[in-house]
Structure formats: C-alpha cells, structure tokens
Write a protein that binds this ligand. Structure first.
Ligand code: EPZ
Length: 468
C-alpha cells in the first residue's frame, strides 16, 4: 500500500487520470494498434559529405528543468528537436512556466509564475530525465513530486544516490514505502552538505547540483560524474550567477546563492540570457560509426573533438582514419573500400572512458571488423537486447556474463528489426546502412527520443533511408 502524505485531492485525481490514460494506451497496444511508423533503409551506400550535429539530449534535459531555478527569463539555444525535449517543455508549461519557441532550436523560458511542484505521472514515466525536475523543484519550491522516472529498459535503474544527495541537503522523503512509484520530497530549509556518491552517477551528480545551487552554505560532491553534460549544466548555472567549481572533475564545490539572475536587476523580466547547449557527443559518435561502417568519408560538424576522444581512439584501433579538426569544430571519419578493418576490445566506463551509450553502435560496426572483438558493459546490466535483432541480419555475436563477443568479418543482410531502446535503435540504423538489401526498423519512437530528424540528416550524406 502506498502511503501518500500531504498529497491533496486534486493531485490524486490528476494521477488517477494519468493512470487511466496509461491503461488506455496499454489496451490499444494489446489490440494491436501499435506505433506503426518505421524507418526503411536500403543499405550498402558509403556515406559521404558533411553532417551537422544537434545540441546534446542529455544536457538539454537537465538545463531545461534548471530554468526553474532562475529569477529572470532565459533563452536557451541549440536545443535538439527530439521527443524527450518536447516532454520537458510540456512539463515546464504544465508547472506554469511561459515557454516560447523562437525558431527550431531556441526557447525563451520564464518561470516567474511557477508555484506547482507536481510533475504529471504520465510525463515522468516517459523519460529518465524527469528526475531532474525533482532536483530543480526542490531547489525552487523546497517541494517536489514525480513518479519514478521511465526511460530505456537497461536493467535496474535505481535513484538511491539522488535521494541520498537530497537528504544530505536537508530534504525528507514524504513517501517512505520502498515499493512506491511516486517520489515526494519536502525541505523546511535546504542547506549545503558533503555528498560522497557511492557510484559514479550522471543523474545523481546533476540532481545534487540542481538542489544545492541555491541552498545556503557550501556543498561538496565527491566521486562526481565528469561527463560533458555535467560541465554544461554547471556552465549554464554559473552564467546565471551560481558559484559551482570543479565540474568536469570528480569533486564539485558549490557555494549556495540566493538568486540566479545573471547581471539583471532585481525584478527584471525582460532580460533574456542566452545560453547554447553543447553538441551531442553521442549523436556525433553515432555518425562517426555510421561513416566508418559504410566505408564512407564524412565530415561531422558542430562537435567538440575532445568529447569524442574515446570513440575516435577505438575507431583508429580498428583501422579507420579519424581526423580531429579543432578549429573547425569537426571530425572527419573515413574508411576506404579496400582498407582492412580489424577487431578491438571495448569496456564501457563513465567519462572519459568509452561511453555505454555508444556500445550497441560499436558492436554493430565490429561485425565487419575482421577477428573477434570483446565488449564488456560496466554501466548497465541489460544493454544487449539489440543482439537478437542483429542476429536476424546475420551477425555472429555471443552474449557473455557482462558482455558480448563479436565474431566479425562477414557482412549483414537486410531484415525487419526492432529498436529495443534508443541506442539499440541507433545501432539498427547503422546495421541497415551497412547491410545488403532492405532493412525495416520498427518502434522508432525510441530513436526519436534522442536523434533529431535522423532520416533527413543521413539522407543528406547519401543514405537511402526514409520514415514511412
Ligand atoms: C545517464 O543516465 C544518461 N541519461 C544515460 O543515457 C547514460 O547511459 C548514463 O547516464 C551513463 O552515461 C541521461 O543523461 C538522461 P547514471 P543516468 O546515474 O544518469 C547506477 C541514453 O541512451 N546508479 O550515470 O540515469 C546505475 O544503475 C541514456 O541517452 C545507482 O546505482 O545514469 C548505473 O549502473 C541511456 N544509483 C550507473 O549508476 C543511482 O542512484 C550509472 O547510472 C543512480 C545510478
């Protein structure tokens, strides 16, 4: 039984209605009325030309909730046009924020009228990043309530480190039932504290920053994650007046501030600060691997080459040419038809190690690299569901205890496959581009959570790919 304290009747009614909608969706799915959109790819064409990378999903989904902490409006640029961002914007509007789209990738956001702290159940369940509303709302209202976050099925995805950080900063969980699907937090007053993370967690590090940035006193986060999106969130908040030092290292120090208003005067509502989200490291890496896997020659633009070092190093190991063009903010990836591609070994690790979010794409590429490649997955317990799909295309991959062995060298053949999750879906696209014949990919809503307009972007470099 779920004990809900302090939850008013209105919120319970809203939750019931969310539940009813969830039930309706499930029934529709049971009746076979599934999402039938799919990608159709005729493979075997080397990708050639230039492709532009969008803003980073995993930055944008933290920076948009962070707008709740600001005391003035802001303008956020380079926001990717993906469904996870649309959900974030919907939640912000639902909480009472004013959001105006200025072109494709720029949003003006003012949170001056936000008083609610309830993230609708249905939206929270649609994406992992809904947990950032907990940190941001706690920092703003000292109250936050959301369902346990959804997202890709990658095995257990606990949030104990997030809750530990909130508690150290002065928050209490109002629902103590371990089985509860709802997280509700309240703090009479927030204060700084020393948070030593038991595991390196991107989400918990971001959430600790969000909750601590306006908490009086000093907060120290030890064993912090170092991903580029952590630095991006800290840069955004610092730009608005926060005092965060050490983002990008494993110790982050935050001096709480009263207001986040950049250089604007008290009560200013017209000044809109502009901040651009960093380029998406994982989208860029996906294009790099697609270029190599089709033995193409692609200039991937609008990237920070340093963020791609682990991916570039592995591709080079396999015999792919990768040129880092720092001044042009680009990388060029090329593998000619006669270049020998060879096996390599991969171990996924937090940044700056090889990213787990690039593991399925690399495994797919390794099916054409001669020899046996070993993959060890150290971050997620269940990130090999794509292997069954690749086997349908002729891949020889065995699953081991925490990894996989890819026996490469033979090609793939087109087949009907499923995008089991976001990055598995990206791997299916790469497989389809490499394969002989036609590949159909279903469940593409997973892919659209994180890749903006991917079919059109890849068509721009020679892919025969369409959404039907
Ligand atoms: C972020 O997830 C990304 N999502 C994931 O990207 C990415 O795979 C992951 O970081 C690792 O890089 C977003 O940024 C929205 P974690 P997150 O907390 O923050 C354990 C994609 O495809 N853990 O760094 O949820 C956890 O089980 C997605 O874009 C705890 O034990 O990941 C995992 O083993 C998929 N307790 C490890 O830490 C906690 O409280 C790392 O997870 C939190 C995490």
């Amino acid at each position: 039984m779920i004990a809900v304290r302090f939850a008013d009747k209105k919120k319970n009614t809203e939750q019931d209605s969310d539940w009813n909608q969830m039930r309706n969706i499930s029934r529709a799915q049971i009746r076979g009325e599934k999402n039938v959109e799919k990608f159709v790819i005729n493979g075997g064409h080397p990708l050639k030309g230039e492709i532009l990378v969008s803003g980073a999903k995993n930055s944008a989904v933290a920076i948009l909730p962070a707008a709740l902490l600001l005391d003035v409006p802001c303008m956020i640029e380079n926001v990717p046009d993906i469904s996870d961002v649309k959900i974030c914007l919907k939640v912000l509007k639902g909480l009472g924020a004013e959001v105006k789209a200025l072109g494709n990738d720029t949003y003006w956001i003012s949170c001056r009228n936000v008083t609610d702290y309830y993230v609708p159940y249905k939206e929270a369940k649609k994406m992992r990043a809904s947990y950032y509303f907990l940190g941001a709302l706690l920092g703003r209202c000292h109250n936050a309530r959301a369902a346990m976050p959804g997202g890709c099925p990658l095995g257990a995805r606990p949030i104990d480190q997030h809750l530990k950080a909130f508690e150290i900063l002065g928050a209490k969980q109002l629902i103590e039932d371990q089985q509860s699907d709802i997280v509700e937090l309240h703090a009479d007053r927030l204060h700084g504290g020393r948070i030593s993370m038991d595991v390196v967690s991107v989400g918990a590090t971001m959430n600790a920053i969000l909750a601590a940035v306006k908490a009086p006193g000093i907060t120290i986060i030890e064993n912090a994650a170092k991903e580029p999106h952590i630095v991006d969130l800290a840069n955004f908040l610092n730009y608005m007046g926060a005092h965060i030092k050490g983002a990008g290292t494993d110790v982050i120090k935050i001096q709480g501030v009263e207001k986040l208003m950049g250089n604007a005067g008290e009560g200013s509502q017209d000044v809109a600060y502009r901040y651009a989200v960093v380029p998406d490291q994982i989208e860029a890496g996906t294009f790099m691997i697609a270029a190599a896997a089709t033995r193409g020659d692609v200039l991937i633009k609008g990237v920070i080459p340093k963020h791609l070092e682990a991916i570039s190093a592995k591709l080079r190991d396999c015999g792919v040419t990768v040129e880092e063009l720092d001044d042009e903010e680009a990388v060029r990836v090329c593998a000619s038809a006669d270049s020998k591609l060879t096996a390599t070994n991969i171990k996924t690790e937090p940044y700056p190690g090889y990213p787990t979010d690039m593991q399925p794409q690399m495994a797919t590429f390794l099916t054409i690299a001669e020899g046996e490649s070993s993959i060890i997955e150290n971050v997620w317990e269940d990130r090999f569901r794509y292997v069954n799909e690749l086997r349908k295309m002729g891949a020889e991959i065995d699953i081991t205890q925490n990894g996989a062995i890819v026996r490469g060298g033979s090609g793939l053949s087109g087949a009907s496959v499923n995008a089991c999750d976001l990055r598995a879906g990206a791997a299916m696209i790469i497989a389809g581009l490499m394969a002989d014949g036609c590949t159909e990919i279903t469940e593409i809503q997973h892919i659209e959570r994180g890749y903006a307009d991917i079919a059109a972007k890849l068509r721009g470099i020679g892919a025969d790919m369409k959404k039907v």
